[in-house]
Design a protein around this ligand. Sequence first.
Ligand code: CS2
Length: 479
Amino acid sequence: MTAPRLSSATAAHAHALQPAYRRDSVGEVVVHLGLGAFSRAHLAVYLDDMLAAGHSDLGIVGVSLRNDDVPTALGPQDGLYTLAVVSSDAIEPRIVGSVLRVLHAPSHAAEVRAALAATSTTLVTVTVTEKGYCCDPADRRLDLHHPDIVHDLAAPHSPRSLPGHLVLAAADRRATGSAGVTVLSLDNMPSNGRTLRAVVLALADGSDPTLRPWIERNMRFPCSMVDRIVPATDARFRASVAALTGVDDAWPVRAEPYSQWVVEHDWATARPPLEQVGVTLVDDVAPWETLKLRVLNGMHTAAAHYGLRHGLDTVDRVVADPGGRRLLERVAAEVTEVVAAPEGVDLDGYVTTTLGRFANAALAHRCAQIATDTSQKLPQRLLDTVRARYARGLPVDAIADVLALWAWSTLGRDHLGAPRSVHDPLAARYAGIAALDGDDAAALTRSLLGLDAVFGDLTGNPTITASVSVRLAALLQRS
Ligand code: CS2
């Protein structure tokens, strides 16, 4: 017999932890933009815990800005989905109920606009990944030539971009006298809130300059640091969740047991007591985010490209490989030498815990997933450490190895030399560079490290270029 599809009617039959509250008495107060797996395994779970703790005013309207695959999967399930927390010895399924409604922005434009403008909406949360901010990764300023920004400047009432939706929300809220709103980014970028505020203000200046003072007065953009490893869902995992719970979920998500969220105090309205569900509230998130981006995400990007080069498809396999583990430890050492630990954090312990999390084989976290969009990730994950080291006259060795591995990855080959697709906003640039420079390591390195949107003030830096070139030559020789 096939398992029944998950929905409000069937959820109670699932062999899984159930929402510990009545969903029909929960109010829609949060609009979440970008309903990917990460937000469903992180934000929505913290809010599910808040709802269970009796804070019934934190229901989520989930919005997918581009693809309709999540709304298509979760719509018939009344927004319900299964989170499976996986470790080497256990898999713990839980039905998450905090997402009350699921919308696809291009096909539900009026509903999305209404939800963002509603007085009852006091919190807008965001996970759209780095490229959704429509800025150059190096300087994080709004790219006015970005096709979605060009579109949104011309047609501000039918936005496509994240900043476009927020500028329209500001205009609508000003027009209707709606109260202020907190816009909380959960994306893996430095100063994510400040970056978001800057792109929203820059777009507003281009479409309706009178909005700026309203936004400055009524919208707050606290920064936050998020941490939980959430690999993409595949068909096998979906089948194993159905077998375990007895209910078919079109898009369950899996995550490691570890979860962390550090959020700044600066809210437009009364802040819900998130500390009750394990959120750390701080005045300044910077030390937390710097540590996490440079150590954890830096090692992740290193693992991803090492894995691609050596035919190791998942992060746990890289950690189990002596050369892979050594590279990650060397990267961590280069970072921790020049990073300040947040109060109460022991750097060595942080690195050890992180490597232990990477070793979780039950996650099957694919290197190819982490290597996606590396051009958007390099500045904050690795290049800021290069800058910090150069500023102190320290050399860069392990990170040069990683940059060489990334340079090799841009060629779009697998470890056996077969073609491999590269998923990155700069994929076409990479292909152009490869076509021109062939396998000439020095020329390739010059071209790739000449990408100023990525390398900023390190563009063409002779020291790092020389280090990477030598290493890339060795990688190409062994191809
Ligand atoms: C990963 C992150 O895909 C990636 O780039 O490095 O998504 C990572 O799993 C999270 O930041 C962990 O908190």
